[in-house]
Design a protein around this ligand. Structure first.
Ligand SMILES: Nc1ncnc2c1ncn2[C@@H]1O[C@H](COP(=O)(O)OP(=O)(O)OP(=O)(O)O)[C@@H](O)[C@H]1O
Ligand SMILES: [Mg+2]
Length: 331
């Protein structure tokens, strides 16, 4: 059989939109009955090839986590489509249990994603109880093997520890192990190193890369840190206020950044070495509200190159070189 074009992709997101209704007080409702929405994700599309890492980068509030959660079915989109391994996950014939086996989410905060009263061994066994047919004996073997795989060794010593008896880096290894234990095909890693000490960040990134290669995983890496994206990702989407402003290979994004926002982000990362701690800098100006995003290009109020058209029309995402897309009227 011929491989079709879509067979290359594990994940395909098309025109994804997510608006959250704004909770209003009783009085504000009386003053204005108009419903307001947070435009968290507004028409986002990207694809991830099988066995590759795609990064979503952008400042806080740009819609990265919302996008990631929709892609594993944790949040229903307002509109748009998500295809995982050839199946549209929001069509009803996709079984929730099957989806959880296939697509896992590593949450932003490892401290709140582990139950403090559950031992490491139990935490890792839990997904196997719900999502696999393994016997008790087999589950124990799988857990011990996984502990060794994520370098929590000797496994027996970590098996019976509680989360508070671990370092931040070890806890993040447990969180990663738990997401991978049922051998998913697709994993969203939401800020996997943001909460760990700078000294162990490189180790955690290397662990994810090693596991990804070993298991042939496809990963959506969510990070506000361009250095992390450059270290780990094959391809990158730069998000700003719910929209993708630039997309391309990691090489294209770093060697030839096109969008003024991407440029600003990159110039605020002087050392492309994730092991080096540095001050976080962002382009001048505040990120506007996602409830009333700016007219035209959403970046225009902060853009040094803004001209008239930018305040009126939304630029399309155009392919300027093969696989390299930008949404900006400068091009
Ligand atoms: N459940 C929700 N209800 C209402 N608004 C939400 C909800 N979840 C997210 N938002 C809003 O949607 C926008 C995008 O949030 P999101 O968490 O996806 O951004 P992010 O890029 O992951 O940011 P961060 O880097 O801070 O994690 C923000 O304005 C946020 O306040
Ligand atoms: Mg987030």
């Amino acid at each position: 059989m011929h491989a079709t074009f879509t067979d290359e992709f594990m994940v395909s997101v098309e025109g994804l939109v997510k608006y959250f209704p704004v909770q209003k007080s009783f009085i504000s409702q009386l003053i204005s009955r108009k419903r307001e929405y947070v435009h968290a994700v507004d028409s986002v599309s990207f694809q991830i090839r099988k066995g590759k890492i795609h990064a979503l980068v952008g400042e806080s509030g740009s819609g990265k986590t919302t996008t990631g959660k929709v892609t594993v079915g944790l949040i229903e989109p307002t509109s748009g489509k998500v295809v995982i391994d050839g199946r549209d996950i929001f069509k009803d014939e996709v079984d929730r249990r099957e989806l959880r086996k296939k697509a896992q989410y590593i949450f932003q905060d490892p401290n709140s994603s582990l139950n403090p009263r559950m031992k490491v061994g139990q935490a890792l066994e839990e997904p196997l109880i719900h999502l696999s047919d393994a016997t008790k004996q087999e589950r124990k073997e799988i857990v011990m093997k996984m502990l060794e795989d994520v370098n929590l060794s000797p496994a027996a010593s970590f098996y019976s520890r509680y989360p508070h008896e671990l370092s931040g880096g070890q806890r993040q290894r447990v969180v990663i192990a738990r997401a991978l234990i049922i051998q998913p095909k697709y994993v969203v890693a939401d800020e996997p190193v943001a909460m760990v000490d700078a000294s162990v960040r490189a180790q955690i990134m290397d662990l994810l890369i090693t596991m990804q290669k070993r298991l042939g995983l496809t990963i959506l890496l969510i990070t506000h840190d361009l250095a992390v994206a450059s270290y780990m990702a094959d391809t990158i989407s730069v998000m700003y206020l719910g929209k993708i402003v630039e997309q391309g290979s990691t090489e294209q994004i770093f060697s030839n950044p096109l969008h003024p926002y991407t440029n600003a982000l990159i110039s605020s990362v002087p050392v492309p070495d994730p092991k080096v701690k540095r001050e976080k800098q962002i382009p001048h100006g505040e990120v506007p509200s996602a409830i009333r995003p700016p007219e035209g290009c959403r970046f225009n109020p902060r853009c040094p190159y803004r001209f008239d058209r930018c305040t009126r029309e939304v630029p399309e995402l155009l392919e300027l070189e093969e696989g390299h897309f930008v949404s900006c009227f400068l091009y």
